[in-house]
Design a protein around this ligand. Structure first.
Ligand code: GLN
Length: 455
């Protein structure tokens, strides 16, 4: 907590810090241990967790990074948060994000700009930038984020921490403010693969409050790792790894390419790595932005000034809706709602939305094919290291282009793990680069095993 207090003025990872409540909860855990021993508390007793502010928490405000929800206090905890609390974890605060998850730098927050712990003139990535910077600066031990198109993986890469995007449906979305429901997943950050696996074991599993959550078995990801022997000479002998050629070509920083190549040769020493071609890889990006905006245009209709948060009073109902939204929503969110409404409108549906759905099917098929031959596909998590603050804010297309490595994975519903794998020049100590490992649905266990051996 004292580190959090010391570093927060420059990082601004949190929209809300609940330090006093955290101290009280810790004292309560101490009392329980004193009277009942260690078994009287859960396996995560006292572990400080940061929670992205688009996840509902009953004891703290939840804004989704939007002014329209300023002061909103939900009546319940999101399922992932409830499970962490039941395991004894202490939620230390709510982390900053791009408004409703729409963005790649956290500069799109309605409240503040978070800085990157490696270089305070740079962004932490986004949209879960606060959760990534908080773990990177050890303001908390682990954190929760959400990943619709890369929002856990890209900030993990920019901040040099581990980030996991689980399979669609692996973790309940109950209590996660919906951005694009067919793509959204709750993910987690840790400073090691082991910590990340520990959190996943707690938050994963079916939830009757989310009909899209899967009842697929939840392995004990953590003890799986603990039982691995890291002393074998070729511990990855049985794992077929493919490196996606198209992700190391034009538009990708040379430093990122060389970090990924050296990660691949490290993996090669532990097992085998083969080049794979996925020609449809670049098709995913435009399709993603059409689909995500379309779903957002429907999901965000709930922010009408009546049901939640801030209301601007007016004489008539339509004026009240209009003024509340004009006042409470930021520029990027408004743009996405307009884009999505346009793509779904009667005259343009076939040309945009339907076409994007067809591309989604293509992308999904190409992954199915590649993952039939390889257990894990690797790529960079982002085409560059962290951007300078302000570098991309006036150029939305350049901002969107930076998501090229991650969005396909959401369209195919696959799990992916990002682990730090190198540095490029920049800042005073270099800037971190993350390696993305993509697997078949529900293969989180193998991704974590390979990530653990790799790190
Ligand atoms: N940057 C992407 C977007 O703005 C991804 C965001 C996310 O995963 N929430 O849509």
């Amino acid at each position: 907590l004292s580190r959090l207090r010391r570093t927060e003025p420059s990082l601004r990872s949190f929209i809300h810090v609940a330090a006093a409540a955290a101290e009280r909860e810790a004292e309560e855990l101490d009392r329980r241990i004193a009277s009942g021993g260690k078994d009287a508390v859960g396996p995560l007793a006292g572990v400080l967790v940061g929670v992205k502010d688009n996840l509902c928490t009953a004891s703290m405000p939840s804004t989704g990074g939007s002014r329209i929800l300023d002061g909103f206090q939900p009546a319940y905890d999101a399922t992932a948060v409830r499970r962490l609390r039941e395991a004894g974890a202490i939620v230390v605060g709510k982390t900053n994000l791009d408004e409703f998850g729409m963005g790649s730098t956290t500069e799109g927050s309605g409240f503040q700009v978070t800085t990157n712990p490696w270089d305070d003139s740079r962004v932490p990535g986004g949209s879960s930038g606060g959760s990534a910077s908080a773990v990177s600066a050890r303001q908390c031990v682990v954190s929760l984020g959400s990943d619709t198109g890369g929002s856990v993986r890209q900030p993990a890469s920019f901040c040099g921490v581990v980030g996991l995007k689980p399979t669609y449906g692996r973790v309940s979305r109950f209590g996660l403010m919906a951005y694009a429901s067919s793509l959204d997943v709750v993910g987690c950050f840790g400073s090691s693969v082991f910590d990340t696996a520990t959190i996943l074991s707690v938050i994963a599993g079916h939830d009757k409050m989310d009909s899209t959550s899967s009842s697929h078995d939840v392995p004990d990801y953590r003890s799986d790792l603990a039982s691995l022997s890291l002393l074998e000479s070729k511990p990855l002998n049985n794992v077929r790894i493919g490196i996606i050629q198209e992700t190391l070509g034009e538009g990708v920083d040379a430093g990122v390419v060389s970090s990924i190549r050296s990660a691949a040769s490290h993996l090669e020493q532990l097992g085998s790595v083969v080049q794979v071609s996925m020609p449809s890889f670049s098709l995913g990006l435009p399709a993603y932005y059409i689909l995500a905006s379309s779903e957002a245009s429907s999901n965000l209709s709930r922010y009408d000034g009546i049901r939640y948060g801030q209301q601007v009073s007016a004489d008539d109902l339509n004026e009240m809706y209009g003024d509340s939204r004009a006042n409470g929503l930021g520029h990027e969110v408004k743009m996405r709602i307009l884009m999505g409404t346009y793509a779904l409108s009667a005259g343009y549906y076939d040309a945009y939305y339907k076409r994007a759905q067809q591309v989604r099917t293509l992308v999904k098929k190409s992954f199915e094919e590649a993952l039939g031959k390889y257990d894990i596909l690797i790529s960079p998590a982002a085409p560059s290291a962290a951007y300078k603050i302000g570098e991309k804010t006036n150029d939305p297309l350049a901002m969107y282009a930076g998501d090229i490595m991650t969005v396909n994975v959401n369209m195919a519903g696959l799990p992916a793990l990002v682990v730090p794998c190198g540095f490029v020049e920049g800042g005073s100590a270099g800037l971190p680069v993350g390696l993305q490992m993509i697997g078949s649905p529900f293969s989180e266990g193998s991704l974590l095993r390979v990530g653990h051996i790799f790190e």
